[in-house]
Design a protein around this ligand. Structure first.
Ligand SMILES: [Fe+2]
Length: 181
């Protein structure tokens, strides 16, 4: 039997959930036309990865003394707002519209969609906690290194989770989209 490997080294998926890769191998995904739904969907993931990198960058710049508190605060408030709005909106569309239809059409992948669903809940809770910290940051007048470290860690940890989630989601969903649901 053919074995399919998920892309992420800490993936929660297994070969059994990746059988559509036989018809739609990952190395063919970038050959999809740019107007294809799978391409624009992958483009959204690219933006989320870039947004997460930006958050990590701002945190590191401040913690390593290359960015002043005011600038750090201003940029972080702006970037977190955009990133978490994008992420939340996207997950809502997936939960309400995209995934229920895929689940219905591909009952053998139910276990994979349960993993993605659980990820969405975890990420929602992480965003909730980070937003509570961001609300404190908004009020903070003076530089607070310990607080910035705490915030950076919460964002980086959530980012690690996000990267694994996006990768698993692509492994499960792109072949479905590529094959026309
Ligand atoms: Fe997702």
């Amino acid at each position: 039997m053919v074995q399919f490997m998920p892309a992420h080294k800490h993936s929660l998926l297994d070969s059994e959930l990746l059988y559509l890769h036989e018809l739609m191998p990952p190395e063919t995904w970038d050959q999809l036309p740019s107007h294809h739904p799978a391409s624009s969907w992958l483009g959204g993931h690219f933006s989320l990865r870039r947004g997460q990198k930006e958050l990590n960058y701002i945190n590191t710049e401040f913690l390593e003394g290359r960015m002043q508190w005011d600038r750090y605060k201003q940029r972080l408030l702006r970037e977190t707002s955009t990133q978490y709005q994008n992420l939340t909106g996207r997950h809502e569309r997936e939960d309400l519209h995209i995934f229920p239809r895929m689940r219905k059409n591909h009952p053998k992948l139910a276990r994979g969609f349960a993993i993605l669903d659980n990820d969405h809940h975890t990420i929602k809770a992480q965003i909730h906690d980070i937003r509570a910290l961001i609300a404190k940051l908004r009020q903070a007048e003076a530089a607070d290194m310990a607080f910035a470290e705490k915030l950076a860690k919460a964002m980086a940890d959530s980012g690690q989770w996000l990267y694994r989630h996006l990768s698993d989601e692509e492994d499960l969903v792109v072949p479905i989209m590529g094959l026309g649901y």
